[in-house]
Design a protein around this ligand. Sequence first.
Ligand code: TYD
Length: 208
Amino acid sequence: MKKGKFIVMEGGDGSGKSTHTRLLVEGLCKKGYAVFSTCEPSHSEIGKLIRRYLSGELDAPEATIASLFLADRILHIEGKGGIKEHLEKGVNVVCDRYYLSSMAYNCMSESIDWVFNLNLRARDLLKPDLVIYLKADEEETDKRLGKRESMEIYETKEFQRKVLNRYQEAMDRLGDNNVKVVSTVASREEVAKGILKIAEDLIAEESG
Ligand code: TYD
């Protein structure tokens, strides 16, 4: 049985990531590929707790939040009905956010080292086969964030600027050739087509 491919979507808030994740999943399904669409924070009890921190309802040190994200991630991979189970059944997985998000969001008060090492040295952490990083126009992103009604703690313009720098730092440091940077400046249809092509090429790679 051929294993599925593990595809991750990344980008700052307001980058169009949710839309492009949905379009990618729809596109792959239409082409007949088996796809499990999922996201982080996951729907586990840990994920629910994380959402309470993100909404500002609860407060915690940054290191606690980063650790919760890692705990959620491992459960999401290893747990029943999780990422690993799907990949082993030959189902492709599209995950909205993964460890690059932790590196970009959860270590603002100090250097990236701690969160970087926490994730990359964690037992049972799966490396994605492909990461699509959406690079949005900053002005466009600011506009989209400004229109959102329920802002999460990270959805401020200042924080998002730092997030984009951290993404860049993390990607440079990882130096992985499985990360594809996709500009979202073109039309939504064109961007979606480009992302679908990258994903399909990967899925077709070893199945031909
Ligand atoms: P997002 O992906 O924008 O989804 P939603 O549509 O539910 O708002 O939000 C998830 C938030 O979680 C986003 O602000 C980034 C944050 N996050 C982290 O801080 N660290 C992480 O490791 C992950 C996966 C997400």
